[in-house]
Write a protein that binds this ligand. Structure first.
Ligand SMILES: [Zn+2]
Length: 71
């Protein structure tokens, strides 16, 4: 998985960005051929304005293993 670096908030310019688990609020569940795969969602939140700068999954391979991706 590629790493994404966010230096500052694109909305207010704040530099205090906090990464937090939001799976308690949102659960990503994918049903594929009868198998339920769960991916835990994380959000990068600006502590100055509260904007969610990025919403991402730390285990994307749990959703779609690379080899199973559509061509
Ligand atoms: Zn901000």
């Amino acid at each position: 998985m590629k790493e994404v670096k966010i230096e500052k908030c694109p909305y207010c310019g704040g530099e205090e960005l906090q990464e937090s688990n939001v799976s308690c609020m949102v659960g990503g569940v994918c049903v594929d051929n009868g198998a339920v795969r769960r991916a835990i969602l994380f959000a990068t939140v600006c502590r100055d304005c509260g904007s969610v700068v990025r919403l991402f999954c730390k285990t994307p391979e749990n959703l779609y293993p690379k080899k199973e991706r559509r061509e």
